[in-house]
Every structure is written in C-alpha cells, then in structure tokens.
Design a protein around this ligand. Sequence first.
Ligand SMILES: O=C[C@H](O)COP(=O)(O)O
Length: 314
Amino acid sequence: MPDTATFPGPGASNAAWRAFLHGLPGVDAVGLQERAARLGTRSIKESAKGFAIDTAISMIDLTTLEGADTPGRVRALCAKAAGPEPTDRSVPRAAAVCVYPDLVGTAVEALRGTGVAVASVATAFPSGRAPLEAKLVDTRAAVAAGAAEIDMVIDRGAFLAGDYLAVFEEIAAIREACGDAHLKVILETGELVTYDNIRRACWLAMLAGADFVKTSTGKVAVNATPANTLLLLLAVRDFLAATGRQVGVKAAGGIRTSKDAVKYLVLVNETVGPAWLTPRWFRLGASSLLNDLLMQRHKLRTGSYSGPDYVTVD
Ligand SMILES: O=C[C@H](O)COP(=O)(O)O
C-alpha cells in the first residue's frame, strides 16, 4: 500500500505523477482473475438471497443513455426507480436515475420527494473528448439543473499517452465544478489495456478528489467485470487505510442478471466488507438489470416466476 509521504503534492509535475503511479505495486493479473472467479462461484444461503436481491435493487443507478432518450422515457424510468413494483411497497427504491445532462430537469421533477437521486453523465460522455472548458460547462449545467451526482469519464487518450497531470487536473477541476454534488469518475477500464493502468487511473482519480470510482460507460466492448471491479475495491480499501477517506465503487455496464448482481455483492462483502455494502458506497450502473431482480424476488416469495405482464419493459 502506498504511503501518504509518497503522494505527489500540490503542483507536482507530470514526472512526479509518473514516478508515483509507476511505483505502485504491479497487479498479479492471474491472481486477480482467479480470486474474482473464485469469489464469483461462492454461493449464498437461500435465506440470504432475498436480502441480497433487495440490496442490489437499492444500489442500482437505473440508467438510460441513448441518443433517442425522450422526456417520456425518462419519466417512466423515474417512476420505476421510485417504485419498482407498484403493487408491492416492500420493494426498495433504486439509488439513482442516470441520464444525459439535458434530461436532468425532467428527472429532478419526476423524482422530487422520492429519495431517488438524479445522476448525470458529463464531460463529453462517453468519449471524454472535448476541451476542458466544454466539460466544465456540461458539468455546471447538470448540477444547476439539480443533479446530485455527476458521472465523469476520464480522458483515456491523455492517460494512455502518459499525460497523468492533465488527467489529474481535469478531474480536480470537475470535482470543484460539482460543488455539493458527488463525483463518480469513470475509468473506462475496458480501454486502459492493463490491470496496472487500471490501478494507476484509480489512484489518480481518488487523489484528485473522486467520491466514487466507476468501471465503465457501458458503451465499449468490455465493461464491468468481476476482476476490474475487484481491483477497484482493493484500491479504495488501501486508499481508506492510507488517507482515512472512504471512496465508493460503481460497477457499470453489461450487468443484466440477478446472478451477476449477487456476484458483485459477494465481491464487496468478501474484500472490503459491510462498510461498502450500502448504496452510499457501492452502486450497480445498469439499464436492464432491475427486471430480472424483480422476477427473482417474485420467484423467491411465491415459488414461481411471474407472467410476462408482471414487470414493465426496461
Ligand atoms: O452506467 C451505466 C451503464 O451505462 C449501463 O450500461 P448497460 O446498458 O450495459 O446496463
């Protein structure tokens, strides 16, 4: 675990950042994948399944990030996030609804008084390719419209070119533009090529002020995986030990089944433990997971799957 004495201080040069990030311990890729796979096969007791499903529902950032999104679609999603099963009030609400910045106002209106947060992607999502000034405008607009959480994506081009200082400064500037809103930093792990790079990007984001580190946009070939999520969990654990500051983790992209969601909860429980096992510190970013969780919940309670009319279309 890195010592705080080795952290680059304010005004550190790119060379200092490079020395710090490349001085982090290398990732044992085979060991990481084996550990993630082993934890993924761990079964949970039948009695704990209901709790796990409800916990997963409460951790969802219910997401729609399509060019064809409409206010009507966002309102329907908000209704679903606030009351996933209208005839059963025991179903927990989702943690947040995640939308593009121009739809934040619609979501804020629809979710008022429900306790569900509005999250918005910003900073030229999903590519991250725009001038910093445009990214700041994007972020401020989303916050001004009422977003309580901003999901920013890092500039992978700068990171892969070794321009760590630029990535650090950009995250720090967006963190400042967020004001009271929480900042989730999307590393886009599927484009960072190596596990060592994922660990470096994660430390860079945490040191720049990220409230959450998030695996993926959901828009590339490889999104959340148990291995890259495990790597983030180990980093936030080490960061807490080194600095006393807790950072959340969001696994996002490609998580569609209850089985997968429960695997992520087992990963959290077995690595960083109950301190992260709440929506405050762990999220599942997903556009089409909720229905499967609702169907499994119904099966657990009644012994049979519901008919096709039981859940609304995602
Ligand atoms: O942040 C959430 C992701 O964009 C959702 O990805 P997904 O559509 O694969 O569930």
